[in-house]
Structures are given as C-alpha cells and as structure tokens.
Write a protein that binds this ligand. Structure first.
Ligand code: DON
Length: 309
C-alpha cells in the first residue's frame, strides 16, 4: 500500500518523536551544537510530483555525510567505475565513520568504502575541475539539478566551523597522501570536503534526490536522466551496505531500504520505483544516526511494506 496522506505521516512522527529525548545533537562540529534536539520532520516525494510531509519541512539542514552519496555519483560520472575503485574499496566496515584503523591494517592501504570519512575524502579528491572553486561549483550545479532547486547553496558558518576543527579528517588525508591514494594539497581538499558537508537543503529537497535514486537516475516528471543507471545502482548499493555506518546491517534487517544518514540528523531514503524520503531529526544515537529518524523509517517500513528484502 502506498503512503497515503500527511495525516498518516503525522501520527507516525508523533510516535517516533519521543525517541529524540534519548539522543543528543552532534557537538564535535561546534556550529552543529545549536540544532534543536526535539525536532523531527519528514517529506515523501512521489514520481507524479506529489509530496506528503509532517513536521517543519522547511527547516534547512546541512548534508554532512549524505553528501558522500552525491560526490560518489559525480566522481563515478567524472572518472568511471574502474578509476574510482582504484582509490576506494567496495566493502562495509564495522568501524565508526571517522575511524583510521583499517587504513593501517588493510593490506592495500586504501579506504574500505566511499561512505566512511576516509573513503569520502578519496572520492572528493576525484571530482574534476581546475580549482577548488570550480570543483565545488560543479558539485553544487549537480545537486541543484538533482533537487530541481537552483537556490541550493551551503552554510559558510558550518563549513568554517568544521574546517577549523577537522584534525582527524586531516590526519586521514595525510595518511592517504603518504600511501598515494590522494595526491593533492590537503588543505584544499579539506576546504572542498567541509563545503560539501555544509551544503544546505530542506527535507523536500532531500526527498527529491531520494526519488531520482529510487527511479534509477531519472527524474520521473520531466523524464530527464540525471544520472547513468549504473551510477544510481552503485550508490544505492552502498546506501544499503554502508549508509548507516556500523549500524547498516541492523538497518537493512529492520527497515530494508537504501538510505544515507548525516550527523546533522538528516536521512535521505530511496524506495526503489516508489518514492524518495527526506528526514530531519537532529538527536543522534551513539553511532551518529538520527535516533528518531531511524524509528520513523522503521515504522514506515512496517506500516507500508517497504522492506525490499
Ligand atoms: O566528516 C565529518 O565528520 C562530517 N562532516 C560528516 C560526518 C557524518 O555526517 C557522519 N554521519 N553520520
């Protein structure tokens, strides 16, 4: 059964909202501390262009790790599958998203997958352009196309706040530079990466991106292909295997849809051939996923039989 109305969504949001009390907002990026822990909102965007929603869906959030799916899509389009997977692996990891341990213990010293920070930095390294500005401009243009929203931009405050405090991400970059995974100047890459994480949008924009992935790279209303089908397929596969970091296995069992979270509390979901989902709930669990957002997705999945397995 399709998800029918905003009223039905509202009921689920009210149930899931209780869980915000058990989480806490991200504080390792100082600018994210200001988020409201109690908030929970969702938008669902259908192929016919209709949208149902609940909560304050106009609230803007920064993409954070959700951007990793989008940079992967752009890098795959820029460089092709073979080139991308020379620098980053295919396999999930049981480690936290910012862990450095596998870079050292893995025989071939490259990040295990594009959804952990090391892998995402290696992917951002592959985005083409003559300067950081040009590369970031290309990413923004790509995201504006995916959302159909030419107003998409980024939060300078969040980007600067992360840039000034990203010591661990810098160390991942230096480690990878030492081993030839990346070969550009680390400060420039950090500038690009922190800007990509600070790209801002609301739940509806997120849901519209989810829909493009759900429809194998085609925007269904305009019937325009925005991504090659194989790129959409690879991104969705990583969303299933690694989208919730070291909680991805449990998420696949409990919810069973391709989805990607970020530490700002956003989740982008793509229900194959059905709809796109955008969620915002700033309170996070201990693994860095929106605690009430996960509950809400679990309820939706059960209620509307979304589990693809
Ligand atoms: O690299 C970082 O730490 C952040 N900008 C993104 C991390 C993130 O969203 C992980 N999320 N669950």
């Amino acid at each position: 059964m399709p998800c029918q109305s905003s009223e039905q969504l509202n009921e689920l949001v009210l149930k899931a909202k209780k869980f915000t009390k058990q989480g806490k907002v991200a504080d390792y990026i100082p600018a994210l501390k200001k988020a409201n822990r109690d908030e929970l909102s969702i938008a669902i965007y259908h192929p016919d262009g209709t949208c149902i929603s609940a909560g304050d869906i106009q609230q803007k959030i920064t993409l954070q790790s959700i951007s990793k799916v989008l940079t992967l899509a752009l890098a795959l389009t820029d460089c092709g599958e073979a080139e991308v997977f020379k620098r980053v692996g295919y396999e999930p990891t049981g480690d936290p998203f910012n862990s450095i341990v596998k870079l050292e213990t893995n025989k071939v010293s490259k990040p295990l997958n594009p959804m952990i920070n090391a892998g995402a930095l290696a992917v951002t390294h592959m985005i083409k352009g003559k300067s950081i500005e040009e590369r970031f401009g290309r990413l923004l243009t790509f995201i504006r196309e995916l959302t159909g929203n030419s107003g998409i931009s980024y939060s300078k405050e969040v980007a600067v706040s992360e840039f000034e405090t990203s010591h661990l991400n810098r160390s991942l970059c230096y480690f990878m530079k030492q081993h030839g995974v990346i070969n550009e100047e680390v400060e420039g890459l950090m500038d690009l990466y922190t800007k990509q994480c600070a790209i801002e949008m609301d739940c509806l924009d997120l849901a519209r991106i989810g829909l493009v992935f759900a429809m194998d790279g085609v925007e269904p209303k305009t019937e325009k292909r925005l991504l090659p089908a194989y790129v959409a397929r690879i991104c969705k596969t990583f969303m299933v295997t690694c989208g919730m970091y070291n909680a991805s296995g449990e998420f696949a069992i409990r919810v069973g849809i391709p989805a990607k979270s970020g530490v700002s509390g956003g989740i982008m979901g793509a229900v194959p051939n059905r709809f796109g989902i955008g969620i915002f709930g700033a309170a996070l669990d201990e693994k860095g996923n929106s605690i009430a957002g996960l509950k809400l997705l679990e309820m939706l999945s059960v209620e509307y039989s979304l589990n693809m397995f």
